[in-house]
Design a protein around this ligand. Structure first.
Ligand SMILES: [Fe+2]
Ligand SMILES: [Fe+2]
Length: 286
């Protein structure tokens, strides 16, 4: 390499150009915190403000993956048929779609790949949490859906360096993906994603889980982090949104225990996620 890797500060000077996580979604998520007292009409007024999010929202909920009994044409209809956690899920997924208009060159991913990977990770996390008896997953969807947001912003805003990643990995097949990221960028996508979510004022346990999703010792430190990392690993194994880095990570022994997931639940969770992802693909990309 003929130049120094940029330091985190420099990356963030570039990343500062990225728009804030949509204010609409932040306001809506705030309203959804009061689970028992959500005014759906007010919520609709807030979300409707953003036409792109609204369009994504309706397209997503009308996919068979969300199992609504009938087709819905308005946000209000959708809200009344979904649970609060499902509304949060679809809302975050709808916002994420807005960051993915262009391919993420250095990571060898199309916007569809990474969006599907993120959605699949969110769906997998939901399924695993249900099987683990976690009835109030709180911030789990947020962490699982946004775990690779660092890749998205690095790919979009630090383009020159990120293109060099593929080259470095090809020339040094023994490097792990994280080592290559550090060599080229002076940071990795988990750290960048966590910092971004901190700046966007997401809860601490969310940005910790994102920070930890490739770190063997950190990912077993909280239930949320373990479930997020496990979901990501399983979705990678399924080959959904597989980028350059899919197999260049290791998992710690205590991960299943930390995620409170039993081994016998893994296969059914994979099958269920697969079906939901196929449903999403057919309604979104056909
Ligand atoms: Fe990742
Ligand atoms: Fe991932």
């Amino acid at each position: 390499m003929n130049r120094e890797a940029p330091i985190l500060d420099e990356i963030f000077r570039k990343v500062d150009r990225i728009p804030n996580f949509p204010e609409t979604a932040q306001r809506a998520l705030h309203m959804l915190q009061e689970e028992d007292r959500v005014d759906f009409r007010e919520l609709e007024r807030v979300v409707r403000h953003d036409a792109a999010i609204t369009a994504n929202f309706l397209k997503l909920v009308n996919s068979a993956a969300f199992g609504l009994p009938r087709r819905v044409n308005s946000l209000l209809q959708a809200f009344s048929l979904l649970g609060i956690n499902q509304i949060k899920f679809v809302l975050i997924a709808s916002c994420l779609g807005e960051y993915l208009r262009e391919p993420i060159k250095g990571y060898n991913l199309s916007p569809q790949d990474i969006w599907m990977h993120s959605l699949a990770c969110g769906l997998m996390a939901e399924i695993l949490a249900r099987r683990a008896g976690l009835h109030r997953p709180e911030n789990l969807y947020t962490a699982a859906l946004l775990h690779d947001i660092g890749k998205i912003v690095l790919g979009l805003y630090v383009e020159g360096e990120i293109q060099e990643l593929a080259k470095v990995l090809a020339e040094n097949p023994d490097l792990t993906f994280m080592q290559a990221e550090w060599m080229v960028l002076g940071a990795d996508h988990a750290i960048v994603g966590a910092e971004l979510l901190r700046r966007w004022k997401f809860p601490k346990e969310v940005y910790f889980a994102v920070r930890a999703h490739h770190d063997e010792s950190l990912m077993i430190q909280s239930h949320l982090a373990a479930l997020t990392a496990l979901s990501n690993a399983l979705v990678n194994l399924m080959g959904i949104g597989a980028g350059l880095d899919t197999f260049a990570y290791h998992l710690p022994e205590g991960l299943l225990e930390a995620a409170r997931v039993s081994e016998k639940d893994l296969f059914p969770a994979i099958v269920e996620t697969f079906e939901k992802v196929e449903n999403l693909k057919s309604s979104f990309f056909s």
